[in-house]
Design a protein around this ligand. Structure first.
Ligand SMILES: [Zn+2]
Length: 143
């Protein structure tokens, strides 16, 4: 099992290379509860200090469910990031989490912009969810 290629393939959207030329990036993660059907939006930003905007939004959502692996499958998640394509690592992480790509949201098989790092608490969550080790997450899902 490859965390990288499995995640990359699971995040289904077109590959498109473009850049708005601005270093900052914003992303919206919509979390819809499977039972109540309530949708909550989390707005990620590279300024959020949790890595790229997509991951910042994921970080906020996971915090809102107290990093609870049992609670996690109760939500359907959609990320919308229009200003830049999701970099290869964000795409792979989003795919591993089962996040759907929203409208005008693309991916690209390379690193993007500012240096990428996966916040330790997101890394730990992925380990629990995917039953893998932190070392494997570090090796495959970070630069
Ligand atoms: Zn990224």
């Amino acid at each position: 099992m490859s965390l990288f290629s499995d995640g990359w393939n699971a995040f289904v959207t077109d590959i498109k290379d473009f850049n708005d030329g601005i270093e900052a990036c914003q992303a919206e993660l919509q979390a819809t509860h499977n039972v109540t059907n309530n949708t909550t939006s989390f707005y990620g930003d590279t300024k959020g200090l949790h890595g790229h905007a997509e991951i910042d939004a994921v970080w906020q959502f996971l915090k809102s469910i107290n990093w609870d692996v049992q609670e996690f499958p109760n939500y359907q998640l959609t990320i919308t990031c229009k200003s830049k394509p999701c970099c290869q690592y964000c795409a792979a992480v989003l795919g591993n989490l089962g996040v759907f790509a929203g409208k005008d949201t693309y991916k690209i098989k390379k690193a993007m912009g500012v240096s990428y790092a996966l916040p330790p608490d997101v890394r730990k969550f992925l380990c629990k969810l995917l039953h893998t080790t932190e070392q494997k997450v570090l090796d495959e899902l970070t630069a």
